[in-house]
Write a protein that binds this ligand. Structure first.
Ligand code: EZ4
Ligand code: CO
Length: 402
C-alpha cells in the first residue's frame, strides 16, 4: 500500500480550520486536523512545503516510522507548528489503518475502557447572574460538568466571555484585539461566582474554571485556596507553565485539583509536572501533541502518577480532532474528562461525523476509522479569513498573558 497524494484544505465555516487529506493507491483515504488558532497558514505551508513531499510513495501502515521520520527527521524538534503538522499526518494514517481493518479507531487502540465519554461544556456570561443562567442552560441540555467564566465589573472583555450563548470564539479580528486585565478584581470576583453556582445548583454537578495563564504562582495559590469550599473538578492554567516549578508553590498551598497542558506539544512539556505530581489532569490533545501516537505515550506516562486526561476541545480544534479524541478517550484507561465546545452548524456540515452527544456525554461512532470526513465542495464555499487571538494588557499598558 502506498500514499499517492496528500492535500491541505483550508476552510472557514464560521472559523478557520486546516485539514489534511491523505490518499492511497487502494482508494482509501485518511483525514487529519492541523488547525493552529491564529496561525493556520503557517501549518498549511509547513505541510505543503516540507511534509507532503516526504509522504508520497510511503506505506501508510507504518505510522510509527513516519511519526519518527517527521519528528527526528526535521532535526528542529517540537514546537506548535511542527507538532500540529505531525499530528495531522498521524491522525490521517490511523484513520486509514482503521478503515483498512474495518474497525472504529478505538478498537485498534486496545478496545473500549468505558461506555461513554464525560464532557464539559462552556458556560459564560457578562455578569454573575447571566453566568449562573448559562450554567443552568447547560444542565438543561443534559451536561453534568460545566466550565464557568464570568465577566468582571470594571474589566472590559475578561477571558472566556462570549457574545453568543453556546459559542465562544476568541479569535475575533484580523489583527489581535487588545483587552485589559485586572488581577485584583478577578481574585475578588471568581469565588463569588462559584458560591452562587453551588447555592443554586447544589453539590452534585462538576464545575470547572480556566484562569488562562493570568496569575502569578502566589496569586494562583490564593485563588485555589479561596475556591476550595466550592470543590472544583479542576482549576485550569492557573499560571504560565514554562517554569514548571511554579506549580510546586501552588500545590503546596491548595487542594483544588489542577489542570494544565492545552498549549503543550510534546511529552517533554508534560514530564516534570507529571512525575512530580504537580497536576491532576493533563490537557494535551490529539492535534496539539503529535497525534494519537504521541498522546497515548503521554497518557501512559501520566497513568504512573495517577494523573488523568482532560483533552483540550475548544472550537478551534476541528470535528476531526474531536472524533479522534473520542476514540482515544473511549480507550485510554486513565481518562478524566473531555472538553466539548459545540461547533457551528456550518462547521458540522463541512465535517460530517458519526459521534453524538447524549445526556452530558459524547459517544464515539462505530464506523471504520475515526468517523469524521470533510465535504470538500462545501469547504470551498467558506474561504480562509485572517483571525487572530487577542492580546491582554494590564491597566498601565504592560503586555500580560492573554
Ligand atoms: O482559549 O483554544 O480551555 N480552553 C481554552 C480555549 C483557548 C482556545 C485558544 O485558541 O482555553 O478556549
Ligand atoms: Co484553557
Amino acid at each position: 500500500m502506498k500514499i499517492t497524494a496528500a492535500r491541505v484544505i483550508v476552510t472557514s465555516p464560521g472559523r478557520n480550520f486546516v485539514t489534511l487529506k491523505v490518499l492511497t493507491d487502494q482508494g482509501v483515504y485518511g483525514i487529519g486536523d492541523a488547525t493552529l488558532n491564529g496561525r493556520e497558514l503557517a501549518v498549511a505551508a509547513y505541510l505543503d512545503d516540507h511534509v507532503i513531499p516526504c509522504l508520497i510513495g510511503r506505506d501508510p501502515a507504518r505510522i510509527e516510522d513516519i511519526w519518527q521520520f517527521l519528528y527526528r527527521g526535521a532535526y528542529w524538534r517540537r514546537g506548535p507548528v511542527t507538532m500540529r503538522a505531525i499530528a495531522a499526518v498521524d491522525v490521517a494514517l490511523w484513520d486509514i489503518k482503521a478503515k483498512m481493518a474495518g474497525m472504529p479507531l478505538y478498537q485498534l487502540l486496545g478496545g473500549r475502557s468505558r461506555d461513554r465519554v464525560l464532557v464539559y461544556g462552556h458556560a459564560n456570561g457578562a455578569d454573575l447572574e447571566s453566568t449562573v443562567d448559562a450554567v443552568g442552560q447547560y444542565l438543561q441540555l443534559g451536561y453534568t460538568a460545566v466550565r464557568a467564566q464570568s465577566g468582571i465589573p470594571g474589566v472590559a472583555m475578561a477571558y472566556g466571555v462570549g457574545r453568543g450563548k453556546l459559542h465562544y470564539e476568541p479569535a475575533d479580528a484580523a489583527l489581535p484585539t487588545e483587552t485589559v486585565w485586572n488581577t485584583r478584581k478577578y481574585l475578588n470576583h471568581a469565588p463569588q461566582l462559584f458560591e452562587r453556582l453551588r447555592v443554586r445548583f447544589g453539590q452534585d454537578i462538576e464545575l470547572l474554571h480556566d484562569v488562562h495563564h493570568r496569575l502569578t504562582p502566589m496569586e494562583a495559590a490564593q485563588l485555589g485556596r479561596s475556591l476550595e469550599p466550592y470543590r472544583l473538578f479542576w482549576l485550569e492554567d492557573a499560571t504560565p507553565a514554562e517554569n514548571q516549578d511554579a506549580f510546586r508553590l501552588i500545590r503546596a498551598h491548595t487542594t483544588t485539583p489542577l489542570a494544565v497542558g492545552e498549549i503543550f506539544n510534546s511529552i517533554w512539556d508534560c514530564k516534570d509536572l507529571i512525575q512530580n505530581q504537580l497536576i491532576d489532569y493533563i490537557r494535551a490533545t490529539v492535534v496539539g501533541a503529535g497525534g494519537i501516537t504521541h498522546l497515548r505515550r503521554i497518557a501512559d506516562f501520566a497513568a504512573l502518577y495517577q494523573v488523568r486526561t482532560g483533552c483540550h476541545g475548544a472550537t478551534d480544534l476541528s470535528p476531526v480532532t474531536m472524533g479522534a479524541a473520542l476514540h482515544f478517550d473511549t480507550w485510554v484507561p486513565n481518562f478524566g474528562i473531555q472538553e466539548y465546545m459545540r461547533h457551528s452548524t456550518d462547521t458540522d456540515a463541512v465535517f460530517p461525523h458519526d459521534y453524538r452527544f447524549e445526556q452530558g456525554c459524547l459517544y464515539a461512532g462505530e464506523s471504520p476509522g475515526h468517523g469524521v470526513d470533510i465535504d470538500e465542495a462545501l469547504a470551498a464555499r467558506f474561504p480562509y479569513r485572517p483571525a487572530s487571538l487577542p492580546v491582554a494588557r494590564l491597566e498601565d499598558g504592560t503586555v500580560w498573558n492573554w
